[in-house]
Design a protein around this ligand. Structure first.
Ligand SMILES: Nc1ncnc2c1ncn2[C@@H]1O[C@H](COP(=O)(O)OP(=O)(O)OP(=O)(O)O)[C@@H](O)[C@H]1O
Length: 454
């Protein structure tokens, strides 16, 4: 079903089987691609999108599912350019575009050795698509399949811990595995800013430029941090134009839509809105359960559906917290050498989420940790690698990642300017050990209680 010809004729049969008023609406749409069991549909304008989303979706998905022989979903985007008036374009056009996008002229180029530092766990395979993220997921998949050709730029926005970084890395992995010769770069906005500042201070702006412009797919995380950084914005504006003009793919994430990024230059904001913007919402209960099920399977744990339901019911807004809870539950089960039971899950959840949830910040985590271990906050943020200091530091960093919305570079900055990979290293160290080392588990649990109660 990937060929556009099939897609167009499939769509024609759907249009033919609906009543006339509905048909009039559907003439204002055009199928763009099929990703797995999701059809990407371009529509001319907001009223059409609204109509399709609210009134017609069920009917269309029913028709599509019947014809495709499996449950098929719809992801709707506004893109008038994809729906030429008055006649739809030749059916093969999209297919031709897709073929043109394939690496033909690029084959001559040597294989690129991308040093991406992507999280190996963040792939499309490990991502669970549900109602809250289906569109973002389908758009990311489209971009990964034909970089620079489908939606450019692609901007994925939404609150913390809902999978934006995961999708960005998944695009990176995918392009890297299927396009040997495309240069991919993934950076957080903080790294971009630091790179730029370093380049200026060491007179190496030309190098900086080529490292960002000599790229086929640029993935930038958390662009809200560009706000108020006037010089970096200026530089990024030119990088953006260079890449976009050359039809190089740009994908960005942000914690809010560009129009709410008030401290961003208007010309940059408007460029961010050129392509496709898609949000990610907190997942519904079914999706949360599906995510837990996937994690349980991938970690070869055994947890019954009832237990997963309890976890998913208690932790509703942030998937990182959901994973954190599962990690702790699995850790306690492993330490006790027992199955993950309901009692055990409840016990950990009660520890993790005492009544009257409090907002936790890095400062309170650092203070509580230093107090708990009898060291100073300066020790915690300082350079010492002595175990009595390094271990509390790993724990405090782990707790910052688990209990706050701070990004890895932001956490690094709080801990004496450490970089994001050092932070990630600490997080992994604790989550790897917590199921083997009971005293570590106890320390982390007791500290969490202190922090949440302070
Ligand atoms: N749909 C999903 N399926 C499976 N895992 C998911 C999904 N969404 C998020 N996760 C997991 O939840 C965790 C948090 O996701 P991620 O770091 O991508 O969030 P984010 O939206 O980028 O947050 P932030 O803005 O704080 O960086 C990750 O471990 C990720 O793998």
């Amino acid at each position: 079903m990937t060929e556009a010809v099939d897609l167009e004729s499939l769509w024609d049969t759907v249009i033919a089987s609906v009543d006339v008023p509905t048909r009039a609406w559907l003439r204002r749409t055009r199928p763009i691609a099929m990703h797995g069991t999701t059809m990407m549909l371009a529509v001319t304008d907001e009223p059409t999108r609204e109509r399709v989303e609210t009134r017609l979706r069920q009917l269309i998905e029913q028709h599509l599912s019947e014809r495709c022989g499996e449950p098929t979903h719809l992801a709707v985007m506004i893109d008038p350019n994809q729906v030429p008036e008055p006649q739809p374009p030749a059916a093969a056009q999209v297919a031709e575009e897709t073929v043109a996008a394939m690496p033909e002229p690029l084959l001559a180029r040597p294989r690129v050795n991308n040093d991406l530092r992507l999280n190996p766990r963040y792939t499309f395979e490990s991502f669970v698509a549900g109602a809250s993220n289906r569109f973002a997921h389908a758009a990311a998949a489209a971009v990964a399949e034909t970089p620079g050709k489908s939606y450019n730029p692609l901007l994925i926005y939404g609150p913390s811990g809902l999978g934006k970084t995961h999708l960005l890395h998944a695009i990176g992995h995918y392009v890297q595995s299927y396009y040997d010769n495309l240069r991919v770069k993934y950076v957080s906005t903080e790294e971009l800013t630091n790179d730029f500042i370093n380049a200026i201070s060491s007179n190496r702006t030309a190098e900086f430029r080529s490292s960002y412009r000599d790229i086929d797919v640029l993935l930038i995380d958390d662009i809200q941090f560009l706000a108020s950084k006037i010089q970096t914005q200026e530089e990024f504006f030119h990088t953006f134009n260079t890449l976009h003009n050359a039809q190089k793919q740009i994908v960005m994430t942000s914690d809010r839509p560009p129009k709410l990024l008030e401290a961003l230059e208007p010309r940059l904001r408007s460029r961010f809105e050129w392509g496709l913007m898609t949000d990610i919402q907190p997942p519904d209960l079914e999706t949360r359960i599906a995510i837990l099920r996937k994690k349980v399977a991938s970690q070869r744990l055994t947890a019954g559906t009832a237990v997963m339901e309890v976890i998913a019911q208690r932790i509703t807004t942030n998937i990182r917290e959901l994973e954190g809870a599962l990690t702790r539950i699995a850790a306690l089960a492993s330490l006790n050498q027992q199955e993950i039971t309901m009692e055990l899950a409840e016990q950990v959840l009660n520890d993790l989420m005492p009544e009257g949830e409090v907002q936790v910040d890095a400062q309170s985590i650092m203070e509580a940790t230093s107090q708990y271990f009898g060291i100073s906050v300066d020790d915690l943020t300082g350079p010492s690698r002595v175990a009595g200091i390094a271990m509390p530091r790993h724990i405090a960093i782990y707790l910052c990642r688990e209990l706050t919305d701070l990004s890895l570079p932001k956490i690094g900055a709080k801990f004496g300017g450490r970089d994001h990979s050092t932070v990630l290293n600490s997080v992994r160290r604790i989550s790897d050990k917590i199921g083997e080392d009971r005293s570590l588990f106890t320390q982390v649990t007791e500290l969490t209680n202190k922090i949440k109660q302070s």
